[in-house]
Design a protein around this ligand. Structure first.
Ligand code: ZN
Length: 251
């Protein structure tokens, strides 16, 4: 499943090529995504100038003057940009194509959990859209950090792992990042978010790495903890596997 870093990379790549371009045509080959692609989408987008392509949570936001195209990658979606002059044949699962000033942006989604929706400006600020309004803070927001997270989780009775995954406190923390962050912060994934150990969470700042390449805990059940050598344990919370060191991660 595309995680926040992949969505951010996608937004930057789309913006680099398409910001400032005008939509010449929209070709929809399959309307059956997570929600049906609006029947009028092609008419709604044609002739519009793409002012900027950005991101909020895992939603790509194509700002186009009179409205915003919301695009979500779902479980398996991806955007690819081709030059119209050297357009390769359409692949299976290429459901939507946007033709913009000599470029063709193609949305491919084998499992079709992705989404394309139009939000007209007359309906207000796109950030108040029902899909966006409940999202937590962006992890790259300047004000986000240990202190912010501490304040935001006072009184929460859910486990810290599930609070992180929910996306309503901070967006974009998937299962691998949540597992790794808690390992590095030495917090047991079952600890209540409102518990006292969350003070340690400031050490999550600065965690970087590419997915499982650098995993210290994720998918390492039975392998020794890098810090203390105790075998990493696996457990299931909210139907998601989590991995932790029973010795150095505390509740
Ligand atoms: Zn350990």
């Amino acid at each position: 499943m595309p995680e926040l870093p992949e969505v951010e990379v996608t937004a930057r790549a789309l913006a680099q090529r398409l910001d400032g371009c005008t939509v010449e045509a929209v070709r929809i080959h399959d309307f059956r995504l997570r929600w049906p692609v609006p029947r009028r989408l092609a008419a709604q987008l044609a002739g519009r100038r793409i002012e900027h392509i950005g991101r909020r949570g895992k939603y790509l936001l194509w700002h186009m003057g009179e409205g915003v195209l919301l695009s979500h990658l779902g479980m398996s979606g991806s955007w690819r940009i081709h030059e119209a002059a050297a357009l390769p044949p359409r692949q299976r699962h290429d459901h939507v194509e946007l033709v913009c000033d000599g470029a063709v942006a193609r949305f491919n989604d084998p499992r079709r959990f992705g989404a394309l929706l139009w939000h007209a400006r007359e309906h207000g600020d796109v950030l108040a859209h029902p899909l966006l309004a409940g999202l937590g803070i962006e992890p790259f927001d300047r004000s986000f950090g240990g202190d912010w997270l501490w304040q935001a989780t006072r009184g929460r009775r859910t486990s810290i792992k599930q609070v992180l995954l929910a996306g309503t406190t901070v967006v974009g923390v998937g299962n691998i990042y949540a597992t790794e962050s808690l390992h590095r912060a030495r917090i047991d994934p079952r600890a209540e978010a409102g518990g006292s150990t969350l003070r340690d969470f400031s050490s999550v700042q600065g965690v970087a790495g590419r997915y499982t390449d650098f995993a210290l805990a994720y998918d390492r059940a039975g392998l020794p903890c890098a810090r203390c050598g105790t075998p990493i344990r696996r457990l299931v919370q909210g139907q998601r596997a989590t991995y932790y060191c029973p010795r150095c991660q505390r509740r």
